[in-house]
Design a protein around this ligand. Structure first.
Ligand code: ADP
Ligand code: MN
Length: 515
């Protein structure tokens, strides 16, 4: 950041329009070019100088589609947007420092202090901590709460005899009103009346207050609009900056481009950077960015809300944090699968709503989904048995149900099937866990039966083979009903014992309790 030469610039006294008094990007460097009179008159030279100047002011923009998306080398000059964001970040940080100084100056040793906390501009992504965001629902600190005014005693007057002053005293009120202007937002210019003994009448003060508040609301509205429009795009500025940081830190070498845009996530390909002390970065990575457009996740609430691992946290969280939980969930589930030896992406790092994992594929080409690949009947059969095996491992060793298993979320790579997309995966004792498993089984058995694998079990047989349960119903409807009855039994058990069974068991083994 220092390399762009903004760190040294400090805005002047008031936190408002600092750019008016001093350029936050530092003084422009003036280069004096000495030349002869002939040179000065030369049209050719004039053109050249002009060109030079233009080039310096507007560095050439590399088209994102052609060149690499983000690389260590081109980052500083290729993206005007990124540059602007970095500058903005730097500017905001200085603004906040100034705000703190201002706050200190105003509060001094006073017992009653005011806070500008809500006017701070430092962005949540400007920190590596994941717990740095101000919680939306955190109302403990409310800067809009009026400060206690210096009070007139209960009896409503002070002094004695002819020196008596009541709370309605014009002079006292006027001074109080002037002091109250400090409660307006700092960007609302109230002038410098200190030492002038200004007295504002109630009427003037109220008019000013109204105006200050409506200005504040107007700027909040504008801000809101801006936030919405960025959320519509695939990657918002916050995410871009997170990605930029990964490249800048050397963890990633280059982010080459997007390999998938889904409703809930965008996936990028990247070349891995240098290894750190505790981590080996794979040569190629996939970056899954969970979309921060909040609406998309609403219909997936049930997966996480009823997952007891996340239950306690769910109700306390704001939507942005819930999205981070999806990413976190995918990370945990992938780790479990990795430990069980199931072929799946290996987790590299999780940063907020961005999950970096190993790339399944080669040379930027992602492995094809099972639905897109034409396999020989031999490979098809091999894939089927592998999946049967993986589903059992997933259930028994990882204590997980994929919950979105289909030919869309299985990749064919290196002669075998790889499982991906496990953010929605749940434990089998999730209130709908067995239903999800049954749906997975239906997808898998239909795909392989259609694909000509004669040995493929039907969905009910597959369900029993994976879960170890022995549901005997010979038709779909009854089977489904038995599944739901089992789920209900489990829920009742939770109600009565306050604890979940970690596995469904039909073989008389004692139930195993989790954690
Ligand atoms: P979504 O929720 O959008 O379906 P997925 O995790 O299924 O998210 O990823 C979307 C697509 O991105 C996948 O279908 C696959 O083509 C690609 N993809 C995801 N992760 C990887 C990975 N680790 N390696 C290669 N391709 C991947
Ligand atoms: Mn998917």
């Amino acid at each position: 950041m220092d390399s762009v030469g903004v760190a040294a610039a400090t805005p002047e006294a008031r936190p408002g329009p600092a750019w008016q008094s001093k350029c936050p990007w530092g003084a422009p460097s003036t280069t004096s070019i000495s030349c002869s009179l002939a040179d000065v008159m030369s049209e050719q030279l004039a053109k050249e100088l002009q060109l030079e100047e233009e080039n310096a002011a507007f560095p050439e923009v590399v088209a994102a589609a052609e060149g690499p998306f983000i690389t260590g080398e081109n980052i500083d000059t290729s993206s005007d947007l990124m540059l602007a964001q970095m500058l903005q970040m730097e500017f905001d940080r200085e603004y906040d420092a100034q705000l703190r100084r201002e706050e200190k100056k105003i509060n001094g040793d006073s017992k009653v202090s005011i806070s500008f906390e809500n006017y701070r501009k430092v962005h949540p992504y400007d920190s590596d901590s994941s717990e740095d965001e101000v919680d939306w629902q955190d109302t403990r600190h409310d800067p809009y709460r009026a400060d206690k005014p210096t009070t007139t005693p209960r009896r409503g007057f002070i002094g004695k005899g002819k020196d008596i002053t009541t709370k309605h005293d014009e002079v006292v009120c006027g001074r109080k009103n002037t002091a109250r202007m400090e409660n307006f937002a700092p960007e609302f210019q109230v002038g410098d009346g200190i030492g002038m003994d200004l007295k504002l009448s109630n009427q003037v003060f109220n008019a000013l207050k109204q105006h200050a508040y409506s200005e504040e609301r107007r700027s909040a509205r504008l801000h809101e609009k801006k936030e919405h429009s960025t959320a519509e795009k695939a990657v918002d500025p916050k995410t871009r900056l997170l990605l930029y940081k990964m490249v800048n830190s050397g963890m990633l070498e280059t982010i080459t481009g997007c390999i998938s845009t889904g409703k809930e996530s965008v996936v990028f390909h990247a070349y891995g950077g240098s290894a750190t002390e505790d981590k080996v970065i794979p040569p190629e990575c996939a970056i899954k960015v969970f979309k921060t457009t909040l609406n998309e996740f609403k219909n997936r609430d049930k997966y996480i809300k009823d997952d007891y691992r996340f239950k306690d946290r769910f109700s306390k969280l704001n939507p942005r944090k819930i999205i981070r939980m999806w990413a976190e969930k995918e990370m945990h589930n992938l780790t479990r699968m990795q430990n069980a030896g199931i072929p799946c992406p290996q987790v590299v790092i999780l940063k907020k709503h961005v999950l970096v994992m190993s790339f399944i594929g080669q040379d930027q080409v992602p492995a094809p989904k099972l639905k897109d690949v034409t396999l020989s009947s031999e490979d098809m059969k091999k894939a089927y048995y592998q999946i049967l095996n993986m589903m059992q491992q997933l259930y028994r060793e990882c204590n997980l149900v994929h919950a979105d298993l289909s030919e869309y979320n299985m990749l064919w790579h290196d002669g075998k099937v790889w499982l991906i997309d496990v953010s929605q995966s749940v434990e089998p004792t999730h209130p709908h866990g067995l239903e999800f498993l049954f749906r997975d089984c239906r997808n898998v058995s239909q795909f392989f039966q259609k694909g000509g694998v004669a040995e493929a079990l039907n969905e009910r047989e597959l369900f029993n083979a994976v879960s170890g349960l022995n549901i005997t119903a010979d038709n779909e409807v009854d089977f489904q009903a038995e599944i739901e009855a089992l789920e209900k039994m489990n829920e009742d058990h939770v109600q009565n014992h306050g604890k979940k069974l970690s596995t469904f068991s039909s073989d008389g083994d004692p139930p195993i309790y989790d954690e």
